[in-house]
Write a protein that binds this ligand. Structure first.
Ligand SMILES: Cc1ncc(COP(=O)(O)O)c(C=O)c1O
Length: 428
């Protein structure tokens, strides 16, 4: 893409889309085609997509494209007519979850799923208090924006929302410390005359900086919200559908059964389909008080796409691949840390990886500016990823689940090159 047309597109975006849209990278990226783990620009240059947990099967997977095209050419309606697609998919989806989660509800986005989860929680508990982590992101609706402190200056955290520190540390006391925070938040809500309705967490804490260890650390906090009469909502929009390798759902690594599970992003491999699984007894009060209709949620084309995603995950053994290649990539990143002291912790599970960058390996001071340099340097070297966490110093590595060891090598070699260039005072 020539510089003029990039500049022209940026100006048109600003004029047409307004000021709220943001672009990634100092030099914006303009892909025109995707295939597997690669995105291609107009000249045919490939970029390794190490950031995309939507295209979990790889970009433009032919089986999903074909399933959608076939259904779109046959019938696309809504959930107020009978259709086999939604029932067959609900059966398959619920079979991946603990039996206690007996109902499935479909939406188009993760935000809608979380928004509905909060309404269901409020109806069931009679409460309104919501507990989330200090740098959480849960979606775009008003109810979620005010429970998404990572939106920072753009939004005010709601008066019924309490923030807790994410479960950092990775030691045996991680779960206890996190639960102490949740208990304090519950007490604070109660002191304000508010009844807790829900503890809502992303089970890999991606916007907080990726915290996954030790598996099981969520249990005490979930017991605490239950003891206070609230429900536990597992936001699986990021980790769901096999990404953590060890389990199909992120919460399963913690050996617990949520009251509500919300999901989205990878569910349609790029097609906008999302949803919830709910315990029937938790759904009852909402179902009695409200009807649920979502014009596009659960439509036959969405269900065909989602069903094809489950087929491919199974046929290509992608949860196992996430486990194996994720382990390989984390080992290689940790080995790279032996040569680059700016690499701090390598966190994550399966193909959801957080790579901490620090200015000093002992104090582990967040290297925010370095992370931005690395992200932009990698973009110049054909690797796409981003940074996360309150100090934006944790590289978020979240490639399609079809990533192979040679792709992991490509990423590590490019990262090595960027860090070496920065160390030598060259342009990354
Ligand atoms: C943890 C989490 N929950 C919910 C959402 C919202 O999903 P959507 O963008 O599909 O509305 C996101 C989106 O990034 C997310 O990361």
């Amino acid at each position: 893409m020539s510089e003029t047309s990039t500049t022209d597109m940026r100006a048109r975006r600003e004029r047409l889309l307004g000021p709220a849209y943001r672009l990634f990278y100092e030099e914006p990226f303009h892909p025109v085609r995707g295939d597997g783990v690669w995105l291609y620009d107009a000249e045919g240059t490939p970029w390794l997509d190490a950031y995309n947990n939507v295209a979990c099967l790889g970009h433009c997977h032919p089986q999903v494209v074909e399933a959608m095209a076939r259904q779109a050419a046959t019938l696309n309606t809504h959930t107020r007519y009978l259709h086999e697609g939604i029932l067959a998919y609900a059966e398959r989806l619920l079979a991946t979850l603990p039996a206690a989660l007996g109902h499935a509800t479909f939406t188009c986005t993760g935000s809608e799923a979380n928004d509905l989860a909060l309404r269901i929680a409020a109806a069931h508990t009679g409460g309104s208090g919501v507990i989330v982590t200090r740098f959480a992101y849960h979606g775009v609706t008003s109810a979620l924006a005010c429970a998404s402190p990572s939106l920072g200056e753009y939004v005010r955290v709601g008066e019924h929302v309490r923030l807790v520190d994410p479960p950092s540390g990775g030691d045996e006391q991680t779960g206890h410390r996190f639960a102490e925070g949740v208990r304090a938040a519950i007490a604070d809500l109660q002191a304000s005359g508010l009844q807790p309705a829900a503890l809502l967490v992303d089970t890999v804490f991606s916007s907080d900086g990726v915290f996954t260890a030790p598996a099981g650390f969520l249990q005490e906090a979930v017991a605490a919200i239950h003891a206070a009469g609230g429900v536990f909502i597992a936001d699986e929009v990021q980790p769901g559908f096999g990404r953590t390798g060890e389990a199909f759902w992120g919460f399963m690594r913690h050996g617990l059964v949520p009251d509500i599970v919300t999901m989205g992003k990878p569910m349609g491999n790029g097609h906008p389909v999302a949803g919830l699984a709910v315990r029937p007894e938790v759904m009852r009060a909402f179902g009695k008080a409200s009807r649920y209709f979502n014009t596009f949620g659960g439509n036959p084309v969405s269900m065909a796409a989602a069903s094809a995603v489950l087929d491919v995950l199974e046929q290509e053994g992608l949860q196992r691949n996430a486990y194996q290649v994720g382990h390989y990539l984390r080992e290689r990143l940790a080995a790279l840390g032996q040569r680059h002291p700016q690499i701090g912790e390598v966190r994550g599970a399966g193909l959801f990886i957080g790579l901490e960058l620090v200015t000093d390996p002992v104090t582990r001071t967040p290297a925010t500016a370095l992370a931005a340099q690395v992200v932009n340097g990698l973009r110049q070297r054909q690797v796409l990823l981003s940074a996360t966490g309150p100090q934006a110093h944790v590289l978020k590595i979240r490639p399609p689940l079809v990533l192979q060891p040679e792709h992991a090598d490509f990423l590590v070699e490019r990262l090595d090159g960027v860090l070496t260039a920065i160390e030598e005072g060259r342009s990354p």
